[in-house]
Design a protein around this ligand. Sequence first.
Ligand code: HEC
Ligand code: HEC
Length: 460
Amino acid sequence: MKILSLLTITAASLGLVRHEGEAPRDTTPPAPRADVHPGLKALYGTPLQDFGLDAALFDELWRVWTGPARRAAARASAAGRRAMTLERYGLFVDPERGSEVPAAFAEHGDGRWTLNCLGCHSGQVDGAIVHGLGGNAFDFQLFVRDLVALRGRRGLPLSMQELGMAVFPLGGAPGVTNAQGFSVVLAAFRHGDLSFSDEPTPLGRELARAEVADLDAPPLWHLSRRSRLYLDGYVAKDPRVPMQFSLGLEIEPARVMALEPAYREIWRWMESLEPPAWPHAVDDGRAEMGEAIYGRACARCHGTPGHYPEKRVPVDVVGTDALRASSMPRAFRAFMAESWLTRFGEVDVELDPDGYVAPPLDGIWASAPYFHNGSVPTLWHVLHPDDRPAAWRRVGGDYDVERVGLAIEERDQPPRGLDPAEQRAWVDTAREGRSAGGHRFPGRLTEEERGALLEYLKTL
Ligand code: HEC
Ligand code: HEC
Protein backbone atom coordinates (compact mmCIF):
# COMPACT_ATOMS: atom_id res chain seq x y z
CA MET A 1 0.00 0.00 0.00
CA LYS A 2 2.60 2.49 -1.00
CA ILE A 3 0.71 5.74 -1.46
CA LEU A 4 -1.67 4.74 1.29
CA SER A 5 1.08 4.06 3.83
CA LEU A 6 2.73 7.33 2.87
CA LEU A 7 -0.55 9.07 3.60
CA THR A 8 -0.90 7.17 6.89
CA ILE A 9 2.57 8.16 8.05
CA THR A 10 1.99 11.78 7.06
CA ALA A 11 -1.39 11.80 8.76
CA ALA A 12 -0.04 10.20 11.93
CA SER A 13 2.93 12.54 12.13
CA LEU A 14 0.64 15.52 11.73
CA GLY A 15 -1.63 14.10 14.44
CA LEU A 16 -4.46 13.99 11.94
CA VAL A 17 -5.75 10.43 12.28
CA ARG A 18 -8.47 9.40 14.70
CA HIS A 19 -7.19 8.40 18.12
CA GLU A 20 -6.96 4.71 18.97
CA GLY A 21 -9.26 3.44 21.68
CA GLU A 22 -12.10 5.84 20.89
CA ALA A 23 -15.35 4.29 22.17
CA PRO A 24 -17.34 2.60 19.39
CA ARG A 25 -20.21 4.85 18.36
CA ASP A 26 -23.87 3.99 18.16
CA THR A 27 -24.70 3.86 14.49
CA THR A 28 -28.47 3.33 14.69
CA PRO A 29 -29.95 5.57 12.00
CA PRO A 30 -32.53 8.15 13.12
CA ALA A 31 -36.18 7.54 12.22
CA PRO A 32 -37.11 9.38 9.01
CA ARG A 33 -40.71 10.23 8.06
CA ALA A 34 -42.81 7.21 7.20
CA ASP A 35 -43.93 8.31 3.73
CA VAL A 36 -40.43 8.88 2.36
CA HIS A 37 -39.26 6.36 -0.32
CA PRO A 38 -37.09 3.61 1.29
CA GLY A 39 -34.25 4.59 -1.06
CA LEU A 40 -34.38 8.19 0.10
CA LYS A 41 -34.55 6.94 3.69
CA ALA A 42 -31.39 4.94 3.03
CA LEU A 43 -29.71 8.08 1.69
CA TYR A 44 -30.64 10.01 4.82
CA GLY A 45 -30.04 7.24 7.37
CA THR A 46 -27.24 4.98 6.09
CA PRO A 47 -23.64 6.20 6.21
CA LEU A 48 -22.17 5.11 2.86
CA GLN A 49 -18.89 6.83 3.76
CA ASP A 50 -17.09 8.22 6.81
CA PHE A 51 -17.02 11.95 6.69
CA GLY A 52 -17.10 12.66 10.42
CA LEU A 53 -18.91 15.98 10.23
CA ASP A 54 -21.46 17.16 12.78
CA ALA A 55 -23.77 20.10 13.37
CA ALA A 56 -21.31 21.87 15.67
CA LEU A 57 -18.51 21.77 13.09
CA PHE A 58 -20.89 22.75 10.30
CA ASP A 59 -21.96 25.82 12.27
CA GLU A 60 -18.34 26.83 12.86
CA LEU A 61 -17.27 26.73 9.21
CA TRP A 62 -17.78 30.48 8.81
CA ARG A 63 -14.75 31.06 11.05
CA VAL A 64 -12.39 30.10 8.21
CA TRP A 65 -14.14 32.30 5.62
CA THR A 66 -12.45 35.48 4.44
CA GLY A 67 -13.55 38.83 3.04
CA PRO A 68 -17.09 40.22 3.12
CA ALA A 69 -18.62 36.75 3.73
CA ARG A 70 -16.64 36.43 6.98
CA ARG A 71 -17.61 39.90 8.15
CA ALA A 72 -21.30 39.34 7.39
CA ALA A 73 -21.26 35.98 9.18
CA ALA A 74 -19.63 37.48 12.25
CA ARG A 75 -22.51 39.96 12.56
CA ALA A 76 -25.31 37.43 11.86
CA SER A 77 -27.46 35.42 14.30
CA ALA A 78 -26.89 31.66 14.61
CA ALA A 79 -29.86 31.00 12.28
CA GLY A 80 -28.59 33.61 9.82
CA ARG A 81 -25.16 31.98 9.79
CA ARG A 82 -26.68 28.54 9.16
CA ALA A 83 -28.53 30.00 6.16
CA MET A 84 -25.32 31.65 4.88
CA THR A 85 -23.44 28.37 5.30
CA LEU A 86 -26.03 26.46 3.27
CA GLU A 87 -25.93 29.19 0.60
CA ARG A 88 -22.14 29.28 0.37
CA TYR A 89 -21.82 25.56 -0.33
CA GLY A 90 -24.97 25.24 -2.44
CA LEU A 91 -26.69 23.01 0.15
CA PHE A 92 -30.33 22.93 1.23
CA VAL A 93 -32.64 21.28 3.76
CA ASP A 94 -35.33 18.89 2.48
CA PRO A 95 -38.58 19.60 4.39
CA GLU A 96 -39.77 16.04 3.63
CA ARG A 97 -36.96 14.69 5.72
CA GLY A 98 -38.24 15.99 9.04
CA SER A 99 -34.73 17.07 10.07
CA GLU A 100 -32.60 20.18 9.76
CA VAL A 101 -29.63 18.20 8.44
CA PRO A 102 -28.87 19.32 4.86
CA ALA A 103 -30.09 16.85 2.20
CA ALA A 104 -26.51 16.14 1.10
CA PHE A 105 -25.66 14.39 4.37
CA ALA A 106 -26.69 11.08 5.94
CA GLU A 107 -26.94 10.85 9.72
CA HIS A 108 -24.90 8.16 11.48
CA GLY A 109 -27.26 8.12 14.47
CA ASP A 110 -24.67 9.47 16.92
CA GLY A 111 -24.72 13.09 15.81
CA ARG A 112 -22.21 12.58 12.98
CA TRP A 113 -23.07 13.35 9.39
CA THR A 114 -21.54 11.94 6.26
CA LEU A 115 -21.82 12.86 2.60
CA ASN A 116 -24.49 10.95 0.66
CA CYS A 117 -25.28 11.07 -3.08
CA LEU A 118 -27.60 14.08 -2.98
CA GLY A 119 -25.03 16.90 -2.96
CA CYS A 120 -24.36 16.03 -6.59
CA HIS A 121 -27.69 14.33 -7.41
CA SER A 122 -30.31 16.72 -6.05
CA GLY A 123 -30.81 20.42 -6.43
CA GLN A 124 -33.06 23.45 -6.49
CA VAL A 125 -34.49 24.87 -9.65
CA ASP A 126 -36.92 27.73 -10.12
CA GLY A 127 -37.53 27.71 -6.36
CA ALA A 128 -38.30 23.99 -5.98
CA ILE A 129 -36.24 21.06 -4.68
CA VAL A 130 -35.83 18.43 -7.40
CA HIS A 131 -34.36 15.08 -6.36
CA GLY A 132 -32.28 13.40 -9.04
CA LEU A 133 -31.28 16.69 -10.60
CA GLY A 134 -27.55 17.09 -11.18
CA GLY A 135 -26.73 19.51 -8.33
CA ASN A 136 -26.27 22.92 -9.93
CA ALA A 137 -24.90 24.75 -6.89
CA PHE A 138 -23.06 22.30 -4.61
CA ASP A 139 -19.46 23.46 -4.17
CA PHE A 140 -17.79 20.26 -3.01
CA GLN A 141 -14.23 21.53 -3.14
CA LEU A 142 -14.91 24.76 -1.27
CA PHE A 143 -16.78 22.79 1.37
CA VAL A 144 -14.00 20.25 1.90
CA ARG A 145 -11.26 22.91 1.91
CA ASP A 146 -13.11 24.96 4.52
CA LEU A 147 -13.80 21.87 6.64
CA VAL A 148 -10.17 20.77 6.54
CA ALA A 149 -9.00 24.30 7.38
CA LEU A 150 -11.39 24.42 10.34
CA ARG A 151 -10.22 21.06 11.67
CA GLY A 152 -6.62 22.19 11.27
CA ARG A 153 -7.29 25.36 13.19
CA ARG A 154 -9.01 23.41 15.98
CA GLY A 155 -6.33 20.70 16.10
CA LEU A 156 -9.06 18.15 15.34
CA PRO A 157 -8.19 14.82 13.70
CA LEU A 158 -8.83 14.40 9.98
CA SER A 159 -10.06 11.16 8.49
CA MET A 160 -7.88 9.57 5.80
CA GLN A 161 -10.61 10.36 3.33
CA GLU A 162 -10.57 14.05 4.21
CA LEU A 163 -6.82 14.13 4.05
CA GLY A 164 -6.96 12.74 0.52
CA MET A 165 -9.72 15.12 -0.44
CA ALA A 166 -7.78 18.08 0.88
CA VAL A 167 -5.06 17.59 -1.72
CA PHE A 168 -7.14 16.25 -4.62
CA PRO A 169 -9.01 18.62 -6.98
CA LEU A 170 -12.70 17.97 -6.30
CA GLY A 171 -14.26 20.53 -8.62
CA GLY A 172 -13.29 23.89 -10.07
CA ALA A 173 -16.65 25.65 -9.65
CA PRO A 174 -20.01 25.25 -7.92
CA GLY A 175 -22.27 22.63 -9.55
CA VAL A 176 -19.48 20.59 -11.10
CA THR A 177 -17.36 17.94 -9.43
CA ASN A 178 -14.58 15.64 -10.30
CA ALA A 179 -16.56 12.64 -9.02
CA GLN A 180 -15.18 10.31 -11.66
CA GLY A 181 -11.56 11.20 -10.88
CA PHE A 182 -12.17 10.54 -7.24
CA SER A 183 -13.49 7.05 -8.01
CA VAL A 184 -10.37 6.41 -10.06
CA VAL A 185 -8.08 7.34 -7.17
CA LEU A 186 -9.98 5.23 -4.64
CA ALA A 187 -9.99 2.20 -6.95
CA ALA A 188 -6.21 2.45 -7.30
CA PHE A 189 -5.76 1.19 -3.72
CA ARG A 190 -7.81 -1.97 -4.16
CA HIS A 191 -7.83 -5.33 -5.89
CA GLY A 192 -10.86 -6.47 -7.86
CA ASP A 193 -12.27 -8.27 -4.78
CA LEU A 194 -12.07 -4.85 -3.03
CA SER A 195 -9.29 -5.93 -0.64
CA PHE A 196 -6.59 -3.30 -0.13
CA SER A 197 -3.48 -3.71 -2.22
CA ASP A 198 -0.01 -3.61 -0.63
CA GLU A 199 1.66 -3.11 -3.99
CA PRO A 200 0.89 -0.36 -6.50
CA THR A 201 -1.92 -1.71 -8.70
CA PRO A 202 -1.83 -1.39 -12.53
CA LEU A 203 -4.20 1.55 -12.09
CA GLY A 204 -2.02 3.01 -9.32
CA ARG A 205 0.92 3.03 -11.74
CA GLU A 206 -1.13 5.04 -14.23
CA LEU A 207 -2.35 7.58 -11.70
CA ALA A 208 0.52 10.01 -12.12
CA ARG A 209 -0.58 10.57 -15.72
CA ALA A 210 -4.30 10.71 -14.94
CA GLU A 211 -6.11 13.99 -15.55
CA VAL A 212 -9.25 15.21 -13.85
CA ALA A 213 -12.35 16.74 -15.42
CA ASP A 214 -15.11 18.90 -13.89
CA LEU A 215 -18.47 17.23 -14.50
CA ASP A 216 -22.13 18.14 -14.10
CA ALA A 217 -23.90 14.98 -12.89
CA PRO A 218 -26.60 13.76 -15.31
CA PRO A 219 -30.21 13.73 -14.03
CA LEU A 220 -31.02 10.41 -12.38
CA TRP A 221 -34.54 10.24 -13.83
CA HIS A 222 -32.83 9.09 -17.04
CA LEU A 223 -31.77 5.87 -15.37
CA SER A 224 -35.02 4.02 -16.12
CA ARG A 225 -34.60 4.80 -19.84
CA ARG A 226 -30.97 3.83 -20.13
CA SER A 227 -29.30 0.42 -20.32
CA ARG A 228 -25.76 1.69 -19.62
CA LEU A 229 -24.24 4.13 -17.16
CA TYR A 230 -22.15 7.29 -17.25
CA LEU A 231 -21.52 9.99 -19.82
CA ASP A 232 -19.77 7.60 -22.17
CA GLY A 233 -22.01 4.63 -21.32
CA TYR A 234 -18.94 2.46 -20.64
CA VAL A 235 -20.63 0.11 -18.17
CA ALA A 236 -24.00 -1.67 -18.19
CA LYS A 237 -26.54 -0.90 -15.48
CA ASP A 238 -26.20 -2.65 -12.13
CA PRO A 239 -26.83 -1.46 -8.55
CA ARG A 240 -23.28 -2.44 -7.57
CA VAL A 241 -21.65 -0.02 -10.00
CA PRO A 242 -22.28 3.21 -8.03
CA MET A 243 -20.91 1.48 -4.92
CA GLN A 244 -17.59 2.99 -6.03
CA PHE A 245 -18.73 5.82 -3.80
CA SER A 246 -18.12 3.68 -0.70
CA LEU A 247 -14.51 2.73 -1.50
CA GLY A 248 -13.19 5.29 1.01
CA LEU A 249 -9.71 4.56 2.27
CA GLU A 250 -10.90 3.53 5.72
CA ILE A 251 -13.79 1.32 4.61
CA GLU A 252 -13.04 -2.41 4.80
CA PRO A 253 -14.24 -4.66 1.94
CA ALA A 254 -16.78 -6.47 4.16
CA ARG A 255 -18.34 -3.15 5.13
CA VAL A 256 -18.58 -2.03 1.49
CA MET A 257 -20.28 -5.29 0.53
CA ALA A 258 -22.66 -5.12 3.50
CA LEU A 259 -23.99 -1.87 2.06
CA GLU A 260 -25.41 -3.64 -0.99
CA PRO A 261 -29.02 -3.84 0.36
CA ALA A 262 -28.99 -0.08 1.01
CA TYR A 263 -27.68 0.53 -2.52
CA ARG A 264 -30.46 -1.65 -3.91
CA GLU A 265 -33.04 0.55 -2.19
CA ILE A 266 -31.27 3.66 -3.53
CA TRP A 267 -31.24 2.08 -6.98
CA ARG A 268 -35.01 1.43 -6.86
CA TRP A 269 -35.51 5.04 -5.79
CA MET A 270 -33.37 6.29 -8.69
CA GLU A 271 -35.28 4.12 -11.16
CA SER A 272 -38.58 5.49 -9.79
CA LEU A 273 -37.72 9.15 -10.40
CA GLU A 274 -39.75 11.07 -12.97
CA PRO A 275 -38.67 14.24 -14.75
CA PRO A 276 -40.23 17.39 -13.25
CA ALA A 277 -42.86 19.17 -15.38
CA TRP A 278 -42.24 22.70 -16.70
CA PRO A 279 -44.02 24.92 -14.18
CA HIS A 280 -44.89 27.84 -16.53
CA ALA A 281 -47.11 28.40 -19.53
CA VAL A 282 -46.35 26.88 -22.96
CA ASP A 283 -47.40 28.27 -26.35
CA ASP A 284 -48.93 25.07 -27.76
CA GLY A 285 -48.90 26.21 -31.38
CA ARG A 286 -45.21 27.02 -31.35
CA ALA A 287 -44.40 23.87 -29.37
CA GLU A 288 -46.12 21.80 -32.05
CA MET A 289 -44.04 23.46 -34.75
CA GLY A 290 -40.99 22.81 -32.54
CA GLU A 291 -41.84 19.12 -32.25
CA ALA A 292 -41.62 18.72 -36.03
CA ILE A 293 -38.25 20.49 -36.10
CA TYR A 294 -37.05 18.31 -33.23
CA GLY A 295 -38.08 15.23 -35.19
CA ARG A 296 -35.91 16.33 -38.12
CA ALA A 297 -32.90 17.80 -36.32
CA CYS A 298 -32.55 16.13 -32.93
CA ALA A 299 -34.52 12.88 -32.53
CA ARG A 300 -32.01 10.64 -34.34
CA CYS A 301 -29.60 11.13 -31.42
CA HIS A 302 -31.81 12.10 -28.46
CA GLY A 303 -34.85 9.99 -29.27
CA THR A 304 -38.48 10.84 -28.70
CA PRO A 305 -40.68 10.42 -25.60
CA GLY A 306 -41.50 6.89 -26.83
CA HIS A 307 -38.13 5.76 -28.17
CA TYR A 308 -34.61 6.30 -26.86
CA PRO A 309 -31.75 5.11 -29.11
CA GLU A 310 -29.02 5.57 -26.44
CA LYS A 311 -26.60 6.63 -29.12
CA ARG A 312 -22.93 7.28 -28.43
CA VAL A 313 -21.50 10.08 -30.56
CA PRO A 314 -17.75 10.40 -31.17
CA VAL A 315 -16.19 13.45 -29.50
CA ASP A 316 -15.06 14.91 -32.80
CA VAL A 317 -18.65 14.76 -34.10
CA VAL A 318 -20.39 16.27 -31.07
CA GLY A 319 -17.47 18.68 -30.56
CA THR A 320 -18.07 19.37 -26.86
CA ASP A 321 -15.15 19.39 -24.45
CA ALA A 322 -12.90 16.35 -24.91
CA LEU A 323 -11.30 16.08 -21.46
CA ARG A 324 -13.82 13.73 -19.81
CA ALA A 325 -13.52 11.31 -22.73
CA SER A 326 -9.73 11.29 -22.69
CA SER A 327 -9.09 11.47 -18.95
CA MET A 328 -10.57 8.23 -17.66
CA PRO A 329 -7.65 5.77 -17.51
CA ARG A 330 -8.13 2.52 -19.40
CA ALA A 331 -6.73 0.76 -16.32
CA PHE A 332 -9.70 2.07 -14.32
CA ARG A 333 -12.14 0.51 -16.75
CA ALA A 334 -10.08 -2.68 -16.62
CA PHE A 335 -10.33 -2.61 -12.81
CA MET A 336 -14.09 -2.20 -13.08
CA ALA A 337 -14.30 -5.02 -15.62
CA GLU A 338 -12.77 -7.55 -13.23
CA SER A 339 -14.10 -6.33 -9.91
CA TRP A 340 -16.82 -7.19 -7.44
CA LEU A 341 -18.56 -4.00 -8.59
CA THR A 342 -19.39 -5.63 -11.93
CA ARG A 343 -19.76 -9.17 -10.50
CA PHE A 344 -16.28 -9.95 -11.85
CA GLY A 345 -17.15 -9.21 -15.46
CA GLU A 346 -20.78 -10.33 -15.56
CA VAL A 347 -21.84 -6.71 -16.03
CA ASP A 348 -20.51 -5.55 -19.40
CA VAL A 349 -17.65 -3.01 -19.40
CA GLU A 350 -16.29 -1.38 -22.55
CA LEU A 351 -12.61 -0.62 -22.28
CA ASP A 352 -12.40 1.90 -25.14
CA PRO A 353 -15.66 3.78 -25.58
CA ASP A 354 -15.28 6.76 -27.89
CA GLY A 355 -17.54 9.72 -27.29
CA TYR A 356 -20.49 10.83 -25.21
CA VAL A 357 -23.94 9.29 -25.12
CA ALA A 358 -26.68 11.68 -26.29
CA PRO A 359 -28.90 11.81 -23.18
CA PRO A 360 -32.70 11.63 -23.20
CA LEU A 361 -34.01 15.20 -23.03
CA ASP A 362 -36.83 14.49 -20.54
CA GLY A 363 -37.02 17.29 -17.98
CA ILE A 364 -34.23 19.09 -19.86
CA TRP A 365 -35.66 22.49 -18.81
CA ALA A 366 -34.63 21.71 -15.21
CA SER A 367 -31.12 20.38 -15.64
CA ALA A 368 -29.15 23.53 -16.48
CA PRO A 369 -26.26 24.12 -16.85
CA TYR A 370 -25.88 22.09 -20.04
CA PHE A 371 -23.42 19.61 -21.53
CA HIS A 372 -21.48 17.13 -19.47
CA ASN A 373 -19.19 19.82 -18.10
CA GLY A 374 -21.97 22.28 -17.22
CA SER A 375 -20.45 24.95 -19.44
CA VAL A 376 -23.62 26.39 -21.04
CA PRO A 377 -26.14 28.15 -18.76
CA THR A 378 -29.42 27.96 -20.72
CA LEU A 379 -31.17 26.04 -23.51
CA TRP A 380 -31.26 29.25 -25.55
CA HIS A 381 -27.44 29.22 -25.45
CA VAL A 382 -27.38 25.54 -26.47
CA LEU A 383 -29.45 26.53 -29.52
CA HIS A 384 -27.25 29.60 -30.25
CA PRO A 385 -23.69 28.23 -30.36
CA ASP A 386 -22.20 31.57 -31.45
CA ASP A 387 -23.68 33.48 -28.52
CA ARG A 388 -22.55 31.26 -25.64
CA PRO A 389 -20.90 33.34 -22.88
CA ALA A 390 -17.12 33.03 -22.49
CA ALA A 391 -17.37 33.62 -18.73
CA TRP A 392 -20.47 33.62 -16.56
CA ARG A 393 -21.76 33.25 -13.05
CA ARG A 394 -25.19 32.65 -11.59
CA VAL A 395 -27.19 35.58 -10.32
CA GLY A 396 -28.24 34.34 -6.88
CA GLY A 397 -30.39 31.22 -7.23
CA ASP A 398 -32.48 32.83 -9.96
CA TYR A 399 -34.02 31.01 -12.89
CA ASP A 400 -34.25 32.41 -16.44
CA VAL A 401 -37.78 31.56 -17.66
CA GLU A 402 -37.21 33.20 -21.08
CA ARG A 403 -33.99 31.48 -22.04
CA VAL A 404 -34.78 28.37 -19.96
CA GLY A 405 -31.94 27.81 -17.54
CA LEU A 406 -29.79 29.62 -15.03
CA ALA A 407 -30.08 33.41 -14.72
CA ILE A 408 -26.54 34.68 -15.26
CA GLU A 409 -24.20 37.62 -15.46
CA GLU A 410 -21.74 37.28 -18.34
CA ARG A 411 -18.38 38.77 -19.36
CA ASP A 412 -15.68 38.26 -21.98
CA GLN A 413 -13.46 36.94 -19.21
CA PRO A 414 -13.89 36.49 -15.49
CA PRO A 415 -12.93 39.42 -13.25
CA ARG A 416 -9.66 38.84 -11.37
CA GLY A 417 -8.56 39.28 -7.78
CA LEU A 418 -11.85 38.32 -6.11
CA ASP A 419 -12.13 36.55 -2.77
CA PRO A 420 -11.47 32.83 -3.55
CA ALA A 421 -15.08 31.77 -2.91
CA GLU A 422 -16.39 34.47 -5.28
CA GLN A 423 -13.74 33.75 -7.88
CA ARG A 424 -14.86 30.11 -7.99
CA ALA A 425 -18.40 31.17 -8.84
CA TRP A 426 -17.19 32.33 -12.30
CA VAL A 427 -17.28 29.66 -14.99
CA ASP A 428 -14.34 30.36 -17.28
CA THR A 429 -14.88 28.48 -20.54
CA ALA A 430 -11.27 29.16 -21.56
CA ARG A 431 -10.07 26.82 -18.82
CA GLU A 432 -9.09 23.25 -19.64
CA GLY A 433 -12.12 20.97 -19.50
CA ARG A 434 -14.63 23.82 -19.46
CA SER A 435 -15.09 24.52 -23.18
CA ALA A 436 -18.61 25.63 -24.15
CA GLY A 437 -18.01 24.90 -27.83
CA GLY A 438 -19.42 22.19 -30.07
CA HIS A 439 -22.86 20.63 -30.49
CA ARG A 440 -23.65 22.94 -33.41
CA PHE A 441 -26.65 20.83 -34.42
CA PRO A 442 -29.19 23.65 -34.64
CA GLY A 443 -27.16 24.20 -37.84
CA ARG A 444 -29.00 26.46 -40.23
CA LEU A 445 -32.31 26.65 -38.34
CA THR A 446 -33.86 30.12 -38.54
CA GLU A 447 -34.43 32.25 -35.47
CA GLU A 448 -38.12 31.41 -35.59
CA GLU A 449 -37.41 27.67 -35.78
CA ARG A 450 -35.03 27.89 -32.81
CA GLY A 451 -37.74 29.70 -30.82
CA ALA A 452 -40.24 26.97 -31.64
CA LEU A 453 -37.74 24.27 -30.71
CA LEU A 454 -37.09 25.97 -27.37
CA GLU A 455 -40.85 26.01 -26.74
CA TYR A 456 -41.06 22.28 -27.49
CA LEU A 457 -38.10 21.43 -25.23
CA LYS A 458 -40.07 22.90 -22.30
CA THR A 459 -42.70 20.19 -22.72
CA LEU A 460 -40.32 17.21 -22.47
C1 HEC B 1 -19.30 14.41 -5.82
C2 HEC B 1 -20.45 14.29 -6.67
C3 HEC B 1 -21.17 12.97 -6.76
C4 HEC B 1 -21.58 12.16 -5.74
C5 HEC B 1 -21.38 12.37 -4.25
C6 HEC B 1 -22.26 11.05 -6.36
N1 HEC B 1 -22.29 11.20 -7.71
FE1 HEC B 1 -23.21 9.98 -9.04
N2 HEC B 1 -22.42 11.05 -10.56
C7 HEC B 1 -21.68 12.20 -10.43
C8 HEC B 1 -21.16 12.59 -11.72
C9 HEC B 1 -20.30 13.81 -12.01
C10 HEC B 1 -21.62 11.63 -12.64
C11 HEC B 1 -21.25 11.54 -14.12
C12 HEC B 1 -19.93 10.82 -14.16
C13 HEC B 1 -19.43 10.41 -15.52
O1 HEC B 1 -20.17 9.84 -16.31
O2 HEC B 1 -18.24 10.64 -15.79
C14 HEC B 1 -22.43 10.68 -11.87
C15 HEC B 1 -23.09 9.60 -12.42
C16 HEC B 1 -23.92 8.76 -11.72
C17 HEC B 1 -24.74 7.72 -12.31
C18 HEC B 1 -24.88 7.43 -13.79
C19 HEC B 1 -26.05 8.19 -14.35
C20 HEC B 1 -26.21 8.06 -15.83
O3 HEC B 1 -27.27 8.44 -16.35
O4 HEC B 1 -25.28 7.62 -16.50
C21 HEC B 1 -25.38 7.08 -11.30
C22 HEC B 1 -26.36 5.94 -11.41
C23 HEC B 1 -24.94 7.71 -10.06
N3 HEC B 1 -24.06 8.72 -10.36
C24 HEC B 1 -25.34 7.32 -8.81
C25 HEC B 1 -24.80 7.83 -7.65
C26 HEC B 1 -25.07 7.29 -6.33
C27 HEC B 1 -26.00 6.14 -6.03
C28 HEC B 1 -24.33 8.02 -5.46
C29 HEC B 1 -24.20 7.86 -3.96
C30 HEC B 1 -23.88 6.54 -3.52
C31 HEC B 1 -23.61 9.03 -6.22
N4 HEC B 1 -23.91 8.86 -7.54
C32 HEC B 1 -22.80 9.98 -5.65
C33 HEC B 1 -21.44 12.87 -9.26
C34 HEC B 1 -21.63 12.36 -8.00
C1 HEC C 1 -25.35 13.74 -33.76
C2 HEC C 1 -26.10 13.54 -32.54
C3 HEC C 1 -26.82 14.74 -31.95
C4 HEC C 1 -27.75 15.55 -32.56
C5 HEC C 1 -28.23 15.54 -33.99
C6 HEC C 1 -28.20 16.45 -31.52
N1 HEC C 1 -27.56 16.19 -30.35
FE1 HEC C 1 -27.89 17.12 -28.58
N2 HEC C 1 -26.37 16.07 -27.75
C7 HEC C 1 -25.68 15.06 -28.35
C8 HEC C 1 -24.68 14.56 -27.45
C9 HEC C 1 -23.68 13.44 -27.73
C10 HEC C 1 -24.80 15.30 -26.28
C11 HEC C 1 -23.92 15.21 -25.02
C12 HEC C 1 -22.79 16.20 -25.21
C13 HEC C 1 -22.04 16.55 -23.96
O1 HEC C 1 -22.64 16.52 -22.87
O2 HEC C 1 -20.88 16.92 -24.05
C14 HEC C 1 -25.87 16.25 -26.49
C15 HEC C 1 -26.32 17.15 -25.55
C16 HEC C 1 -27.44 17.94 -25.70
C17 HEC C 1 -28.00 18.79 -24.68
C18 HEC C 1 -27.45 18.94 -23.27
C19 HEC C 1 -27.96 17.84 -22.39
C20 HEC C 1 -27.58 18.00 -20.97
O3 HEC C 1 -28.17 17.31 -20.11
O4 HEC C 1 -26.68 18.78 -20.63
C21 HEC C 1 -29.11 19.40 -25.20
C22 HEC C 1 -30.02 20.37 -24.49
C23 HEC C 1 -29.22 18.94 -26.56
N3 HEC C 1 -28.19 18.05 -26.82
C24 HEC C 1 -30.22 19.34 -27.42
C25 HEC C 1 -30.25 19.02 -28.76
C26 HEC C 1 -31.20 19.57 -29.70
C27 HEC C 1 -32.29 20.53 -29.34
C28 HEC C 1 -30.88 19.04 -30.91
C29 HEC C 1 -31.54 19.34 -32.23
C30 HEC C 1 -31.35 20.68 -32.70
C31 HEC C 1 -29.76 18.16 -30.73
N4 HEC C 1 -29.39 18.16 -29.41
C32 HEC C 1 -29.17 17.43 -31.73
C33 HEC C 1 -25.87 14.57 -29.63
C34 HEC C 1 -26.72 15.16 -30.57
